[in-house]
Design a binder for this molecule. Structure first.
Ligand code: BGC
Length: 421
């Protein structure tokens, strides 16, 4: 054997020992910045990273804890400003298009064409990742925000059926309260308030007004009496958490549902993924329905990975990553753990849990109303989202503020953003 062959053989033995079984060969490492740090998020990311390793792409993890990406988005910004962007980032919604505008995001047109994304992705998803004619991110999964999770064991013990209307919800809340059980998980974190608010708003306003408020951002529409009703309901929902509502992580809220100290939770379906990661079963321990008033509607947030431009020249590997994450196998494996659903319309979702099947089917049905989440950056930029969340926080924590005053403030935020469309 020639010297080089010996060297290659020795290297392969060494690598065999150094790399996990799923990694066929060492690949090019890609620095991935994201905010998936809870049990299910971590597992879903690990699953993806294992799948990528078999394709020679190494996931170098740069996770920044913080629900809803509050911290991750800031770290990402500072890394870019310091001239050290990660190779890949969980950039979603409008944040993505802003970054693309600055020339920081690598177009993925070639891979999208090779993998026929225009035929296999849901049109809404393809639209989200297409900007000025370029495909600018690889979509991972669709989360359903208008999800109401309930504790099956408590409901069965008290003879309750999951609520289909706010009237039923109120009755259930009262029965749970009588039993000393917190009816609804609540957190005073602004992004969680905004998450609950937009689902209630969609139910009260319906998709047409919701789009005027959130997508077209008509400031005058914020004075509509249906917005007032949504704010009143939000205030009432907060009272269900007990005397002293607190800021708590969404995982702590999910834990209350898991250990029977709360009956219901309104949260994106990543909370379902988390319960499952902790060993809870969606057929025995908890169930899910849509938030009252949002039947047949899908309030979505789509997670996407953007490939950032840097001096490191890793385009081929970045393209490979995009190809793998959108592949049917990765889509099913990742979303099953994450609690989301595939972004493709050509996959068989029969092996997913009931909540996921309903989410995917609703998203796929031509007649459903698919509306973007404000709280999760699908409809407005970080600044508008934060200003709306902050206004909601003020309204909810200052019980003297009238809903109309909150409406005026929300209308002013929208007007000041100059974003009326
Ligand atoms: C993301 C989810 C994530 C959740 C909680 C959302 O904005 O889209 O992937 O699980 O935040 O951190």
């Amino acid at each position: 054997m020639k010297a080089f062959a010996w060297f290659a053989w020795g290297l392969s033995l060494w690598l065999g020992a150094a790399w996990p079984a799923h990694a066929q060969a060492p690949g090019v490492p890609l620095d991935v910045l994201h905010w998936w740090t809870s049990a299910s998020e971590r597992r879903a990311a690990d699953q993806l990273s294992a799948q990528l390793a078999t394709a020679g792409v190494l996931w170098k993890d740069a996770a920044i804890p913080g629900g809803g990406g509050m911290a991750a988005v800031k770290v990402l910004k500072s890394r870019v400003l310091l001239g050290d962007p990660p190779d890949v980032a969980q950039l979603i919604g409008t944040t993505l298009t802003e970054w693309a505008d600055m020339g920081l995001v690598m177009p993925l047109n070639a891979v999208a064409q090779r993998q026929r994304w225009s035929q296999v992705l849901f049109p809404t998803v393809l639209d989200l990742v297409t900007y000025k004619g370029d495909v600018i991110a690889a979509p991972l999964g669709i989360q359903r925000i208008n999800t109401l999770l309930y504790n099956r064991k408590l409901f069965a013990r008290l003879g309750l059926t999951p609520p289909r209307s706010w009237g039923q919800f109120e009755l259930i809340a009262r029965k749970l309260q009588v039993q000393g059980v917190r009816p609804l998980v609540w957190s005073d974190e602004p992004w969680q308030m905004a998450t609950v608010f937009e689902t209630v708003l969609l139910g009260e306003a319906g998709p047409t007004l919701y789009r005027e408020l959130i997508v077209q951002r008509k400031s005058s529409a914020w004075m509509d009496p249906r917005v007032e009703r949504a704010l009143q309901r939000l205030r009432w929902l907060r009272t269900l958490s007990g005397d002293n509502p607190q800021e708590k992580a969404w995982t702590d809220g999910a834990r209350e549902l898991m250990n029977d100290s709360a009956g219901m939770m309104i949260m994106g379906d990543w909370a379902k993924g988390e319960l499952m990661a902790w060993g809870a079963s969606p057929t025995k321990d908890f169930g899910c329905v849509v938030v009252p008033g949002t039947e047949g509607m899908h309030l979505y947030s789509v997670d996407t990975l953007a490939m950032l431009v840097s001096a490191r020249q890793r385009e081929a590997t970045q393209e490979k990553m995009a190809e793998v994450v959108v592949s049917p196998t990765a889509q099913l494996a990742y979303n099953r753990i994450k609690g989301a659903v595939p972004v493709r319309r050509d996959v068989d979702v029969s092996s997913l849990d009931g909540c996921a099947r309903d989410s995917w089917e609703t998203f796929a049905a031509p007649r459903s109303a698919r509306v973007p989440s404000l709280a999760h950056r699908m409809a407005a930029d970080e600044a508008i989202k934060d200003a709306v969340a902050q206004t909601l926080w003020r309204f909810l924590t200052d019980t003297r503020m009238e809903p109309q005053e909150a409406q005026r403030r929300l209308a002013a935020v929208i007007r000041a953003s100059g974003a009326e469309r």
